[in-house]
Design a protein around this ligand. Structure first.
Ligand SMILES: Cc1ncc(COP(=O)(O)O)c(C=O)c1O
Length: 402
């Protein structure tokens, strides 16, 4: 099939929920994608922080082939070996004790966390009034009705009212505002270690520790949404591991399955115990196939020095981007951690993104003016150099036209 034909069929038969670029990809390897016309692209989007190990990592492909020939799906009515091992691995890599619930996406993982804290708070404190969750302005937690309500951005909620009761928003990186917002109704605080969709907003170094302290003082559950920051993206397996704290609950999705859909909600035992048979479920959640793939993703992260490369390449890319920024008045700031990096512009980022695409580099823009760089964590120095060279040319082009 030709690219134009695919776009035409898609426009006719697929719901118009995404503003798509006119690109159709056919093949991916490592940091590169090839489109239907055979053009090669360096991928600094990675399915929005999904393909952390690059496209079609050989170990991931091997597991997919092997496991799909053995067992793809059985119901959660039965015990599942790879699910048990994945739960163990996630808990042992993160909390003192805990249990996992598996689902299929970030929104579902957050939905599960929200349900769990409501049930925990109702039953533990024997109160129907302790259900409110405080989330942050400019946060992003998903697209279900509950998670758009949790999301502190009006644009995602508009048109879908009535929303779910029990959410309150405060400004990010502001513990005073958070303190003021806590009431007798509050049961939890939900926060991203770095806001991804909200513009790659990195909070102060002590922010998460202060939030943890407040939660401890007030008996609130701390939920960390690690859907974008998790699975090595910031240079540690989980974003909170840059700090001294542990959350009570965290959620994962995106990078966990190496491209195969999976989400996870992990909670410490004291809270996890409040989910009992019948409390929550997902038909596909944690099936044998996807959990085997996620186990391989974790094994590759451990054995192939992925976190170290992410940290080193993150520093290298940040330095190079800061160098580029000096040459353009419309670049306001470069910020991020590991390979979750944003470049804030004082102009719309669309033209820079388009110029990069024409030159064979895929980057993304969030909040209209923040270029976001999400290369695979296996990226090499040469590939970073290639991307920065292309970006530099795109910035010159946009600067000459504006
Ligand atoms: C922090 C965060 N939470 C939740 C989600 C929603 O994940 P999903 O699209 O898999 O439902 C996203 C997606 O971008 C995210 O970045």
């Amino acid at each position: 099939m030709k690219r134009e034909e695919i776009i035409e069929i898609s426009n006719q038969y697929i719901m118009n929920t995404y503003s798509r670029m006119p690109l159709v990809f056919e093949k991916g390897r490592g940091a590169y994608l090839w489109d239907f016309d055979g053009k090669k692209y360096l991928d600094f989007v990675t399915g929005i922080a999904v393909n952390n190990l690059g496209h079609c990592h050989p170990k991931v492909v091997e597991t997919i082939k092997r496991e799909s020939e053995k067992l793809i799906h059985v119901s959660n009515l039965y015990f599942i070996a790879s699910q048990a091992l994945l739960g163990k691995k996630l808990v042992e890599s993160s909390l003192v004790d805990g249990r996992a619930f598996f689902c299929n996406s970030g929104a579902e993982a957050n939905e599960a966390a929200i349900k769990l804290v409501r049930k925990y708070s109702k039953e533990k404190f024997k109160s129907n009034d302790r259900y409110e969750i405080i989330t942050m302005e400019n946060s992003f937690h998903g697209r279900t009705i509950t998670t758009i309500t949790a999301t502190g951005q009006e644009k995602f909620r508009k048109g879908f009212e009535p929303l779910v009761q029990g959410f309150k928003y405060v400004s990010y990186n502001n513990t005073d505002a958070l303190k003021k917002a806590v009431s007798d109704k509050t049961c939890a605080v939900m926060v991203e270690p770095i806001q991804g969709e909200g513009g790659v907003n990195v909070p102060g170094e002590k922010y998460l520790e202060e939030v943890r302290k407040l939660c401890d003082e007030k008996g609130l559950v701390l939920i960390l949404d690690e859907v974008q920051t998790g699975m090595g993206r910031t240079g540690k397996l989980l974003g909170f591991q840059h700090t001294s704290i542990k959350p009570d609950i965290f959620t994962l999705a995106k990078g966990l399955g190496g491209g195969i859909p999976i989400g996870a909600m992990v909670a410490k035992n004291e809270i996890a115990d409040f989910f009992t048979p019948g409390s929550h479920a997902s038909t596909f959640g944690g099936n044998p196939f996807v959990c085997s793939v996620a186990l391989t993703v974790l094994e590759v992260i451990e054995k192939e020095g992925i976190l170290k490369n992410c940290e080193e390449m993150g520093e290298y890319l940040t330095k190079k981007l800061k160098g580029l920024a000096k040459g353009f008045k419309f670049i306001k700031e470069v910020r991020g951690k590991g390979l979750l990096i944003g470049m804030e512009l004082t102009i719309d980022g669309k033209n820079v993104v388009n110029s990069c695409i024409e030159r064979g580099l895929l980057i993304n823009c969030t909040m209209n003016n923040i270029l976001r760089f999400l290369p695979p964590l296996v990226i090499s120095k040469n590939e970073v150099d290639e991307a920065v060279e292309v970006l530099g040319k795109a910035l010159v082009e946009v600067s000459e036209k504006s």
